[in-house]
Design a protein around this ligand. Structure first.
Ligand code: AMP
Ligand code: ZN
Length: 134
């Protein structure tokens, strides 16, 4: 645990939460300012600021848990869809620097916006990026 990290305290029960799941590695709690009904956060009990700092096996378990929780929450909440969101870095929207996965049930009339403005790139521009990344 990192002493000055709020999510370490939430994940390890130092501060009370609305907890919907717990095992040896993770707590899953309701987000205090939810995007929709049921919006929850998967928090590893071990501190890591982001996906790069989290050990590979914990990353794998976290996303397996995300799949399991998405199915269970969709069923219980009768959601119409489901977003799984994970932000790394301030530029990407991360505000709390302890790795977490957002579990966001979606409802036909929820009027939430989770997305981006699509860019129009030429084939040459796409090829340039492809060459940088492959
Ligand atoms: P992010 O922007 O990906 O870092 O997400 C941080 C999330 O943590 C936001 O959705 C906040 O509403 C949520 N959050 C911050 N503090 C608390 C807290 N004390 N309990 C529950 N959720 C929190
Ligand atoms: Zn932490």
């Amino acid at each position: 645990m990192k002493d000055d990290c709020i999510f370490c305290k939430l994940a390890n029960g130092v501060i009370p939460t609305h907890k919907i799941y717990e095992d040896d590695e993770f707590s899953v709690i309701l987000d205090a300012n939810p995007a929709t009904k049921g919006h929850a956060l998967i928090l590893p009990k071990e501190h890591a600021a982001n996906i790069y700092e989290l050990p590979d096996d914990t990353v794998a378990h976290a996303f397996q848990l995300a799949k399991k929780m998405a199915a269970k929450m969709s069923d219980k909440l009768k959601a119409d869809g489901f977003n799984i969101v994970q932000n790394n870095g301030e530029t990407a929207g991360q505000t709390v620097f302890h790795f977490h996965i957002h579990l966001i049930p979606r409802y036909k009339e929820d009027k939430q916006l989770i997305g981006w403005k699509p860019l129009k790139l030429s084939d040459e521009e796409l090829s340039e990026v492809e060459n940088m990344l492959k």
